[in-house]
Ligand binder design. Structure first.
Ligand SMILES: [Zn+2]
Length: 99
């Protein structure tokens, strides 16, 4: 094995499920109600999420209302399966997010 192979092992999927504080959704060409990102770790997935416009700690930073809570939360655990398709879903295989 060489360094070129390292990127292909141990990839997992992480799910970012959008809350709708204030009753509004953030939906554009990059993000939707459900975003799935493939990465080596939840740390990497959370960083990639931020590259496409997902933000964390929205209440603390004054972006989201306190009554409804944060729009997005950090991913911690990988998911067991990836939905093949769906409404309001964006799927990012590893390497498809460029910063
Ligand atoms: Zn609210």
């Amino acid at each position: 094995m060489n360094d070129n192979n390292v990127c292909c092992v141990n990839l997992k999927w992480y799910h970012f499920n959008q809350n709708n504080p204030g009753g509004s959704w953030d939906i554009d060409d990059k993000i939707d109600k459900n975003v799935f990102i493939q990465a080596h770790s939840h740390y990497e997935a959370n960083g990639l999420a931020q590259d496409i416009g997902i933000y964390f700690d929205g209440v603390e930073n004054g972006l989201d209302c306190r009554c409804c809570g944060n729009r997005w939360t950090h991913a911690y655990d990988e998911i067991d399966y990836l939905p093949l398709n769906g409404i309001n879903v964006k799927i990012y295989p590893y390497g498809s997010i460029k910063n």
